[in-house]
Design a protein around this ligand. Structure first.
Ligand SMILES: Nc1ncnc2c1ncn2[C@@H]1O[C@H](COP(=O)(O)OP(=O)(O)O)[C@@H](O)[C@H]1O
Ligand SMILES: [Mg+2]
Length: 238
């Protein structure tokens, strides 16, 4: 379970990027956070990962405070960023092996890696190819594979589908739904309202550091989410 409790971040330059944000993502739930560039989505994710410290409030992972006990908290979360950092001169399998060992899984076999790469839909011929030859969609698949190998109960995804072609984005969507079925708590920041509608149990809209709208699946299926989103965005300039 992921919980933001009055989570706030004021950067050193005085900018209030996150202003007392509250949300919860339970096991088996997908929470999608929408919002314009600069709204504070990445800041929220970075607080859960303790890349930065909160100014106020807490980010809890399985009820563990990610600021007070970062190492303990991070055991229970996997992270997929927009641009997954991988080693270009390593093959796909070598990258998985490197990150698996780093994440405390030293005993996985070649077969284990192949199984996961099949699961995320990577073509077989790419398993032993160097990462530098990979497209963005293929790199995202490796990012997800690393998250699956970690087998954490919670997954944070920061704009994972930006720049993916429709086929890769559709595969990605199915992957998310499978992870949800396994009981993962999934938090995803995205610009893709279409994907959010397809997978989310709840959708939030963030604007200037505040969570200005929260809808359950039942609620947002009854309205036009694009329209609601644009209305919230327009209020900024009014
Ligand atoms: N390290 C930083 N120092 C100062 N301001 C920052 C820093 N990182 C992000 N910001 C600012 O905080 C706001 C939120 O940024 P961010 O969380 O990256 O938004 P999003 O991911 O929604 O695009 C933006 O105005 C951004 O310029
Ligand atoms: Mg961002």
């Amino acid at each position: 379970m992921l919980q933001a409790i009055d989570l706030s971040k004021r950067y050193e330059d005085g900018h209030l990027a996150l202003d007392h944000v509250n949300f919860e993502v339970k096991s088996g739930e997908i929470f999608c956070l929408l919002g314009a560039n600069g709204a504070g989505k990445t800041t929220a994710i970075n607080l859960f990962l303790n890349f930065i410290d909160p100014t106020d409030g807490k980010a809890l992972i399985n009820e563990i405070d990610s600021c007070k006990l970062p190492l303990e908290a991070k055991k229970h979360v996997a992270y997929v960023s927009e641009n997954v950092m991988l080693y270009g001169n390593f093959t796909a399998r070598q990258n998985l092996d490197f990150f698996a060992k780093l994440g405390g899984k030293p005993n996985l076999s070649k077969n284990d890696y192949y199984t996961v790469m099949r699961e995320v839909g990577l073509q077989e011929k790419a398993f032993e190819a160097k990462l530098k030859t990979f497209s963005k969609g293929m790199r995202q698949k490796i990012g997800i594979a690393i998250a699956i190998i970690k087998d954490a109960e919670n997954i944070l995804l920061d704009e994972p589908t930006s720049g993916l072609d429709p086929k890769a984005a559709a595969e990605f969507q199915n992957m998310l739904l499978r992870l949800k079925e396994q009981g993962k708590a999934i938090f995803m920041s995205t610009h893709d309202i279409f994907r959010a509608k397809a997978v989310a149990d709840r959708v939030g809209i963030m604007k200037e550091g505040r969570l200005v709208m929260l809808r359950t699946r039942e609620q947002f299926l009854e309205e036009n989410l694009e329209k609601v989103y644009l209305e919230y965005m327009q209020e900024t300039t009014a």
